[in-house]
Design a protein around this ligand. Structure first.
Ligand code: FAD
Length: 284
């Protein structure tokens, strides 16, 4: 491993002095779980890493008000996992933690680093999308707030500038919605998924009033399945409807073949797990 500087600014002004929009060898450092693997594998050779651990303020902590939950970018997964408020109000996140990596990773990996890494197999990004979350990005000129979906631009690629920092994620409080994330692994449960499927529904009896469906892992970045959503929106749940929704999902999802299965196999998984997830949410 080649040597590099690790700096720990105590303010945003100081952080921006260390970051450089034109130098990819300088990067922000959250928990370092993804960065260190890339450095050890010599896929990335940093000159300077800018740790965000001492910034505090909006970068840290979890808070709720009547309209939203705000989660600072430096919030560690273990904090999400053990938060009673998250468990009560956003249980889909607590549930996802049960099969996310291992305790050593969850103790250090951060919400911001997870988004910045933009690996399509990650478990949290499809959940943020399905919850309709927004992200605040800060830069020298101020800040911009964008839907989490707009962070991703390709396989391991984001729309973030080299000197932009994810500061916090904001999840709206939506009354009457239920959400589920299915990590479809073909080997061990905590393995990388062949596909990830997140669904959020507003159901009245068996009538789906509104919903969001997000596919991840089998595609280059998480994306909504708008065709399947359109089939299900406003409809009463029965077997023919679920079949039509499964076909719409399989048709619109352009899924890659890889070591976890062929595109056809993943389309089969998608049809089956979409049906099961909708039925499970209706039964809750
Ligand atoms: C053994 C192992 C098992 C794993 N298993 C799973 C799993 O089952 N499910 C899963 O979802 N994930 C899994 N992961 C991946 C893990 O979730 C990510 O490595 C982690 O989320 C990255 O967060 P971090 O804070 O460590 O990021 P870092 O390594 O610090 O950074 C990652 C990237 O984000 C950038 N970055 C960091 N913070 C910010 C910020 N605030 N603003 C802008 N850019 C930023 C960095 O510059 C870098 O490009 C696993 C990882 C390991 C090592």
């Amino acid at each position: 491993m080649t040597s590099f500087d690790l700096v720990e600014p105590r303010s945003l002004e100081e952080a921006f002095r260390y970051l450089d929009p034109s130098d990819p060898a300088i990067r922000p450092f959250g928990g370092g779980t993804a960065l260190m693997l890339m450095i050890k594998a010599q896929m990335y050779k940093p000159q300077r890493l800018v740790s965000l651990g001492r910034l505090g303020g909006r970068f840290s902590g979890i808070s709720f008000d009547a309209n939203a939950c705000r989660i600072g970018a430096m919030t560690r997964f273990a904090t999400l996992e053990h938060s009673p408020e998250i468990a009560a109000r956003l249980p889909v996140i607590t549930e996802a933690m049960k099969t996310l990596a291992n305790v050593r990773v969850r103790n250090v990996a951060t919400v911001g680093g997870n988004l910045g890494h933009a690996d399509p197999h990650l478990d949290l990004p499809p959940i943020w999308l399905v919850l309709d979350a927004k992200v605040t990005v800060v830069n020298r000129g101020g800040e911009r707030v964008l839907p989490v979906a707009d962070i991703f631009s390709g396989y391991y690629e984001t729309t973030l500038g080299n000197d932009e920092l994810i500061a916090e994620v904001e999840v709206p409080v939506r009354q009457g919605w239920r959400s589920k994330y299915v990590k479809v692994t073909t080997r061990a449960t905590h393995d990388w998924p062949a596909l990830g499927l997140a669904i959020s529904v507003q159901i009245d009896g068996h009538l789906i009033k509104d919903l969001r469906i997000v596919l991840s892992a089998a595609v280059d970045f998480p994306r909504r399945l708008l065709g399947a959503e359109a089939v299900l929106r406003g409809a009463a749940i029965d077997e023919p409807l679920l079949q039509r929704a499964g076909e719409a999902a399989a048709e619109e999802a352009d899924m890659e073949s890889d070591s976890r299965g062929t595109g056809d196999y993943k389309r089969h998984l998608l049809r089956a797990h979409l049906r099961r997830a909708v039925l499970a949410l209706a039964a809750e």
